[in-house]
Design a protein around this ligand. Structure first.
Ligand SMILES: C[S@@+](CC[C@H](N)C(=O)[O-])C[C@H]1O[C@@H](n2cnc3c(N)ncnc32)[C@H](O)[C@@H]1O
Length: 312
């Protein structure tokens, strides 16, 4: 998985509100480099005085660094962060230079560091997502556990857009169903569908690295007999129909392939569309209804919307 480092040069006063903004935006881990730290005397656990490297610190003010997974929502997330920081001035918080820089961090640097930020998370009535390296004891006997290694592709499984899809799958997938998961990423939605009793799941993904991650995660969760992971551009060349289709992609992409999706959902079947930032809901609703779908339910979590549409 690629991570993006967002670096914000700000003031001491703004550290706490900015850290909150970053955590709410899904940052995995925050590093604070405060110029005042250089002026203090530090001793280690054995009482030895040590010096900090001035190169690691700004000349004045504070630098906050946070790590965001590189996925198709990154651009929007960064814009939201910038906007939320600028809004702090309306509360008379001095945000100082407010210089924001983005750079990419490679997986090797994060090889182990990020793991400490992921813990088991109960994301719906039935499902708990557990990182592969954790030993987790189920709380109840009917709890469904998805083991996930989020290290390689989008999806710790806990992004609001993913959580809403899983909750919607819980309500729509029936034992024996055929499911199509367009943009499978880590494979989490396909795994959930199989665990809900789907007989056959087609997991489609454009990105080669994600295809590999999904294939591994499908095996890890022992659903490889029912889930087929395939490198594919949306529904190109797919000739079957599903009882349930799920797509957690960007609003524009869903709008673009709404008609094609309609043709690939069985009459009476459902299309769960997610990855829709609140402001773009109408765009997707219009595209889905023009394609012939009936919107049965609108789900909202934070700034995100998911739609459960039915082919009548
Ligand atoms: C936001 S992620 C969702 C991942 C996962 N389904 C989840 O809910 O956690 C969207 C995924 O769609 C994939 N994708 C984007 N455009 C695609 C396309 N044209 N065809 C297939 N997959 C695509 C991306 O590579 C990415 O893995």
């Amino acid at each position: 998985m690629k991570w993006s480092e967002i670096m914000i040069h700000t003031t001491n006063e703004a550290v706490e509100p900015i850290s909150n903004i970053l955590y709410e935006a899904g940052a995995g881990g925050i590093v604070i480099e405060d110029s005042d730290e250089l002026l203090k005397e530090h001793d280690d656990q054995y009482g030895e005085i040590y010096e900090l490297d001035p190169d690691d610190f700004p000349e004045e003010g504070v630098i906050i660094k946070a790590y965001l997974p590189v996925n198709s929502f990154l651009g929007e997330t960064v814009e939201e962060i910038k906007q939320a920081i600028t809004n702090l001035t309306t509360f008379d918080i001095d945000i100082g230079p407010n210089k924001v820089t983005i750079s990419e961090v490679h997986e090797e640097e994060w090889a182990t560091a990020w793991k400490k930020y992921y813990n088991p998370v109960k994301i719906s009535e039935k499902f708990t997502i557990v990182p592969t390296w954790e030993n987790y004891e189920p709380v109840s006997s009917d709890e469904l556990i998805i083991e996930l290694d989020p290290g390689m592709a989008f999806g710790t499984g806990t992004h609001p857009t993913t959580v809403m899809c899983i909750q919607a799958l819980e309500r729509t997938v029936k034992p024996g169903d055929t499911v199509m998961d367009v943009g499978t990423g880590s494979g989490v939605l396909s795994i959930a569908s199989a665990m809900l009793g789907a007989e056959r799941v087609l997991a489609l993904e454009l990105d080669e690295v994600a295809v590999r991650a999904a294939t591994l995660n499908v095996k890890l969760n022992k659903v490889q007999n029912r889930v087929t992971v395939k490198q594919n551009d949306l529904l190109k060349g797919v000739n079957e129909q599903a009882d349930v289709m799920v797509a957690n992609i960007l609003a524009e992409v869903i709008a673009r392939f709404a008609e094609d999706a309609f043709g690939h959902v069985k009459p009476g079947g459902h299309f769960i569309a997610s990855g829709i930032i609140r402001q773009k809901k109408d765009l997707v609703v219009d595209a889905l209804t023009s394609a012939g779908f009936i919107i049965e339910e609108t789900m909202v979590m934070e700034d995100w919307v998911a739609l459960i549409a039915k082919r009548g």
